[in-house]
Design a protein around this ligand. Structure first.
Ligand code: FAD
Length: 405
C-alpha cells in the first residue's frame, strides 16, 4: 500500500495537516505542494501588523526550512494541475507525476476580481498573498488617496492602516453597513463611527462601476450613483472564490467549495478537502458550510490528520475569528447570523463591549470589541452548548468566569 500523503496547498490548512500527521507519528512520506515562492506563512498579519510596520517576511513563516527537513516533510515547490484518481497520481505543472495513498486538497481561495472597465490597471491592487502585501507596502508611501472597494474584514483592516499612514481614504460598500454579512448592526455601527472618526469617508449602497484613468494612471473610482471618488490607488476586497476547479475536473462533486462529508472526505475515499476550499457538512450546526478562518483551516487539518492516523471522528470545531482595525480588536465566537436578540455587555463609549447574540433565547455567539475576557468565556461555554440569560449577559456584576467554571 502507498503510504504517501500528498497535500496540495501549503497555507494554514496544508501546513497544519503535515505537522499534525508527524505529531501523531505518521510513519509514511508526507509532501506539501507549495505553489507560492515562500516557505508556508501566516496570512492574518498581511493586512495587520506586517502591512503597518513591515519587518522581516521571515517573521511570517510558520517554521524555518530546517523544521521541514527535521520533520521529514517534503516541500515541493510546484503547482498541482490535475488529479488522476484512477492511477492515484497528482500531476504537477513541472510535468512531474507523484503517486499518493491519500491526497489532501488544501487549495484555499483566491481573490474575487473586480469586473469593471480599467480594473486591470497596475494601481488596482488586492490583498491575499505575501507578494500582494509587499506590493501594497511599497506603493503606499508614494500614494495620496486610496479608494477601498468592499467594507469586509480585509478592506477595513487595510483602510485603517492606510489612514494611519496618512493617506486619504474612501471606502465603498454595496451593503448598508460594514461587515454586514458577518456581524450585528451594533458592531457595524461602532466600526463605522471609529473609521469615520479617523477621517475615513464611508460610502454605502453604491458599487464601483469603472476605474477612471489617464493612460495607465488611476485617477478615480466611478460609482453607481454617478459620483467619482478621486484617488491614485484602488484596493479591492470583495471576497474570495474557493479553488475547486482541479477537484471538479477530476470528477469530485463541488458547489461553493469542494464537497466533503462530516469527516472531511470527498466522494473519493482517498481524497480529503479542508480549509477555505472545503464545503463541509457540519455535525455541530446541522448545515453545509464553508468557513474562511484560521481556526477552521487548522482544526480541520487536525481532524484529517487524526483520521489518517486511526482516530476518525466527525469534524466539530467551534468557529472563532478576529480582526484588528486601527486600535480596535474585534473577536467573534460562534455563528451570529440568524440572531433575534442582541444584548450589550460593557460600554460602547469606553470602547470595551460585547454583543451577546441570541436566537430563540439561546446564546449563539458573542462579538467582542477590546474585551478579550468575554471572548474567552464564549470559547469555553458555547462549544459545550451552555448559555447565560440575556439579563445575566447585560449585568456587569454577573461573573462570567464563575459561570464558565
Ligand atoms: C489578508 C488576510 C487576513 C486574514 N485575517 C484573518 C484573521 O485575522 N483571522 C482569521 O481567522 N482568518 C483570517 N484570514 C483568513 C485566513 O487566512 C484563511 O481562512 C486561511 O488562510 C485559510 O487557509 P487555507 O490553507 O485553507 O487556504 P490558504 O491560506 O489560501 O492556502 C491555500 C494555498 O494553496 C495554494 N494553492 C492553490 N491552488 C494550488 C494548486 N493547484 N497547487 C498548489 N498549491 C495551490 C495557494 O496558493 C495557497 O498558498 C485572513 C486572510 C487574509 C487573506
Amino acid at each position: 500500500m502507498n503510504d504517501t500523503v500528498l497535500i496540495a496547498g501549503a497555507g494554514h490548512a496544508g501546513f497544519q495537516v503535515a505537522v499534525s500527521l508527524r505529531q501523531a507519528k505518521y510513519p509514511g512520506r508526507i509532501a506539501l505542494i507549495n505553489d507560492e515562492k515562500h516557505l508556508p506563512y501566516q496570512r492574518p498579519p498581511l493586512s495587520k501588523a506586517y502591512l503597518k510596520s513591515g519587518g522581516d517576511p521571515n517573521s511570517l513563516m510558520f517554521r524555518p526550512e530546517k523544521f521541514f527537513q527535521d520533520q521529514a516533510i517534503e516541500l515541493i515547490s510546484d503547482r498541482m494541475v490535475s488529479i488522476d484518481r484512477e492511477g492515484r497520481k497528482l500531476l504537477l505543472a513541472s510535468g512531474t507525476a507523484i503517486e499518493y495513498g491519500h491526497l489532501v486538497l488544501a487549495t484555499g481561495a483566491r481573490n474575487r476580481m473586480l469586473d469593471v472597465p480599467n480594473a486591470s490597471l497596475p494601481d488596482v491592487l488586492y490583498l491575499r498573498t505575501l507578494d500582494e502585501s509587499e506590493v501594497l507596502r511599497q506603493r503606499m508611501p508614494d500614494k495620496k488617496h486610496v479608494v477601498v472597494i468592499g467594507a469586509g474584514f480585509i478592506g477595513l483592516e487595510f483602510a485603517a492602516t492606510a489612514r494611519a499612514k496618512g493617506l486619504e481614504v474612501d471606502v465603498v460598500e454595496l451593503a448598508p453597513r460594514v461587515m454586514a454579512r458577518v456581524v450585528t448592526p451594533e458592531i457595524s455601527s461602532y466600526f463605522h463611527d471609529r473609521h469615520s472618526g479617523a477621517g475615513i469617508r464611508m460610502h454605502y449602497g453604491v458599487r464601483a462601476t469603472e476605474i477612471a484613468a489617464e493612460g495607465d494612471r488611476v485617477t478615480g473610482v466611478v460609482l453607481s450613483d454617478g459620483n467619482t471618488l478621486p484617488c491614485d490607488l484602488v484596493v479591492v476586497g470583495v471576497g474570495v472564490i474557493p479553488n475547486v476547479e482541479i477537484a471538479a475536473a477530476a470528477g469530485l462533486p463541488t458547489a461553493a467549495g469542494i464537497i466533503v462529508d462530516q469527516q472531511l472526505l470527498t466522494s473519493d475515499p482517498h481524497i480529503s478537502a479542508i480549509g477555505d476550499c472545503a464545503l463541509f457538512e457540519s455535525v455541530r450546526f446541522g448545515e453545509t458550510m464553508r468557513v474562511e478562518s484560521v481556526q477552521n483551516a487548522t482544526d480541520q487539518a487536525r481532524c484529517v490528520a487524526a483520521r489518517l492516523t486511526g482516530d476518525a471522528k466527525p469534524y466539530d470545531g467551534y468557529p472563532w475569528f478576529w480582526s484588528d482595525q486601527g486600535d480596535d480588536k474585534l473577536q467573534i465566537v460562534g455563528l451570529t447570523a440568524g440572531f433575534d436578540q442582541v444584548v450589550i455587555r460593557g460600554s460602547v463609549a469606553e470602547r470595551s463591549f460585547s454583543a451577546f447574540c441570541y436566537k430563540a433565547g439561546k446564546l449563539i455567539g458573542i462579538e467582542s470589541v477590546n474585551r478579550a475576557a468575554d471572548h474567552v468565556f464564549g470559547r469555553k461555554i458555547l462549544p459545550l452548548d451552555k448559555s447565560v440569560t440575556p439579563e445575566q449577559a447585560a449585568d456587569l456584576s454577573f461573573d462570567l468566569k464563575k459561570a464558565a467554571a
